[in-house]
Design a protein around this ligand. Structure first.
Ligand code: SF4
Length: 217
């Protein structure tokens, strides 16, 4: 018998109802474009949600489209997204990605994984988030939280996020592919934390095998 996914997703949704959404999910809810989602996801890597949100707002206040982004200097982009982690590297990737979107895709963000991962600074995690939140295309964005929780619960047995993505695609119904990221990111920040997860108050404990959990609260 398969896992009770509808129950797992409902439990997570109910628990997280009053919690803030991850930064890129918040941006996707406010009538933003795939380009905004792509750029804010690039900014969000190794950066706190509140820093990502503020940096994205500043940057989009100065440039809304790939063409406008190209008109800003790399230093200016870096200045606008500071103090996001690796802001200089990200500024370079954002400008180069914007230039390539103009050159290869007529200024649009492509709705295809291969074209997305061919852009600088864009890996599968970012590409899948853009497909899901930007285009509504079913894709599983596996970041560190999704990878950790899916393995702890015993839903998959995988060594890296790419393998987790493939194995989750086999067990998770497609209707949950987009949503699972924001649920597990928020849950991983609050409950199923990297060290000492809060198992005693976990709403999905019955669907979790607690693989590799040695210490919990
Ligand atoms: S029971 Fe513990 S390890 Fe399992 S999902 Fe809940 S918090 Fe995470």
């Amino acid at each position: 018998m398969g896992l009770p996914w509808a129950r797992i997703v409902t439990s997570l949704r109910e628990y997280l109802e009053s919690s803030p959404l991850p930064s890129v999910s918040q941006i996707s809810r406010s009538t933003r474009t795939p380009f905004h989602i792509l750029v804010s996801t690039m900014i969000s890597l190794r950066t706190k949600d509140e820093v990502t949100l503020a940096a994205s707002e500043r940057l989009f206040g100065a440039a809304q489209t790939p063409a406008e982004m190209c008109s800003l200097s790399e230093d200016r982009v870096a200045e606008l997204i500071y103090p996001a982690g690796f802001y200089r590297t990200k500024a370079r990737s954002i400008r180069e990605t914007s230039r390539l979107l103009m050159e290869r895709h007529g200024g649009d963000v492509p709705a295809h994984i291969d074209a997305l991962v061919a852009l600088p600074g864009v890996g599968r995690k970012t590409a899948n988030l853009v497909l899901g939140l930007g285009f509504g295309i079913e894709a599983i964005c596996v970041d560190t939280h999704v990878h950790r929780i899916a393995n702890r619960c015993g839903w998959v047995d995988s060594r890296n996020p790419d393998e987790t993505e493939r194995k989750l695609e086999e067990v998770l119904p497609r209707r949950h592919w987009i949503e699972i990221n924001e649920l597990l990111v928020a849950y991983g920040q609050r409950v199923c934390t990297p060290t000492s997860p809060r198992c005693s108050s976990c709403v999905i404990a019955r669907q979790c095998e607690r693989v590799g959990v040695e210490r919990s609260r």
